[in-house]
Structure formats: structure tokens, C-alpha cells
Design a protein around this ligand. Structure first.
Ligand SMILES: [Ca+2]
Length: 219
């Protein structure tokens, strides 16, 4: 290949790369969104992991099942308990003021039981001092995916947006995708998310997998 042909070939490759990036669309702002990177203790890079009781609740990175890659985040409720139970991952993501973002997650339940209500994701908007901002009308949420089950719903509480489940079968034995569109405001510096299981007084044991969490700038 002569020098001119090489230049043309490199130019075409560059065009292809640019086009691929355009088609691929918005990029995910989360660090390690698919839980493929783990440290020597198998803790996921970029996330903080928290369990309120290591006896009653399990939180770990597993390669049992996954949507993409090899790993997913496994939460389990091992014993019924009186009190608040959490098995979660937390991440704080720098974002821009007055922008619209899409936040979503994929999950799969195994032998889901009880009525909870269980919270699977909590989304908060934080200021530069890492304090939670409470919205007064209009609230945080602009839109969310359609859910044909009254037991599973997105809820905007002004100081946070949550996905709650009161015993629906959605996601039992299969991966499902849920998302919400939110708007940051003039004081925003971060979006803070908590992914996993949060529940008061769980009355039964079960487990759940999470994978491919995402936050993308929409506009
Ligand atoms: Ca994964």
C-alpha cells in the first residue's frame, strides 16, 4: 500500500470510528456499571458496598448470571428480620446543572416473596457540599418507563426518586430494564444513587441480581 492509499485508509477508519460513536449515542457516566472490575476482596471498583447486617442480608459480586460481561451484583435476604434491612451499592456521579439525565437499571429476581415495600434504586440530587437537594414543584422526575403492575412503581418524593415493589412478579426469573428521566437544577453538582434491596421488616428470604446500571445525559 502506498502512502496515499494508507492516508485514505486511515481517514476512512477515522470516519468509521466517529460514526460508531455517534450511533452508540450517549455514554454511561457511571464507573464500573456492569461490575466487571473487582479488587482482591471482590469488591466492585467505583462503588461503596453496604449491608446493614451481614447475617440477614448478603451483598456480593457474583458470576452466577449476568446481562453483559461475567459479573452481576447479588443481593439476598437470608433471614426475616424486624427492622430496616439494606444490601446496596452506592455511587456519587459528578453531573452538570440544569441538564436532563436518564437513569436506569437491569435486575432479575429469584423466588421473590413478601410485600415489602422493597426499594431497588434510590436517586438523589446533591449540591457541591454533597448535601441532598429537596425539590419543590416541579419535582425531580420528568418521565419513566411504563409498568403494567400497580405493585411496582416509580415514586418522586421531592428529595429522592425511588423504584418501589410491593410484591410484583415483574423480573422473576428474567432480566428487566427500568428507567427514569430526571432533571438537575441550578445547585446540582452530583447525582447519588443507591442500588440494591432496602426494606423494613422483611418477612421472607429471597435473592436478586442487578447488572448494567446507567446514567446518561439526554440533553
Ligand atoms: Ca456485568
Amino acid at each position: 500500500m502506498n502512502c496515499k492509499s494508507l492516508r485514505i485508509a486511515l481517514f476512512l477508519i477515522l470516519i468509521l470510528i466517529i460514526c460508531a460513536g455517534y450511533v452508540n449515542g450517549a455514554s454511561n457516566l457511571l464507573v464500573n456499571p456492569s461490575f466487571e472490575e473487582v479488587d482482591k476482596y471482590r469488591a466492585p471498583t467505583g462503588w461503596k458496598m453496604y449491608t446493614s447486617s451481614s447475617m440477614s442480608a448478603g451483598a456480593s459480586i457474583t458470576n452466577d448470571v449476568a446481562v453483559s460481561g461475567k459479573n452481576s451484583f447479588l443481593c439476598s435476604i437470608n433471614y426475616p428480620l424486624t427492622g430496616k434491612l439494606e444490601a446496596v451499592l452506592l455511587q456519587q456521579i459528578p453531573v452538570e446543572k440544569n441538564k436532563v439525565y436518564k437513569v436506569g437499571l437491569k435486575y432479575r429476581k429469584e423466588n421473590f416473596g413478601g410485600t415489602g415495600p422493597y426499594t431497588f434504586i434510590t436517586i438523589q440530587i446533591w449540591n457541591k457540599d454533597e448535601q441532598n437537594i429537596a425539590y419543590i414543584e416541579p419535582l425531580i422526575m420528568l418521565e419513566h418507563n411504563k409498568i403494567d403492575d400497580q405493585l411496582l412503581f416509580w415514586q418522586d418524593e421531592g428529595f429522592r426518586v425511588v423504584l418501589k415493589d410491593k410484591g410484583s412478579n415483574i423480573g422473576e426469573g428474567e432480566w428487566v430494564d427500568h428507567w427514569v428521566i430526571i432533571k438537575t437544577n441550578e445547585d446540582t453538582a452530583f447525582i447519588y444513587i443507591v442500588v440494591g434491596i432496602t426494606v423494613k421488616n422483611p418477612d421472607t428470604t429471597w435473592k436478586m441480581y442487578f447488572d448494567d446500571i446507567y446514567i446518561e445525559e439526554v440533553q
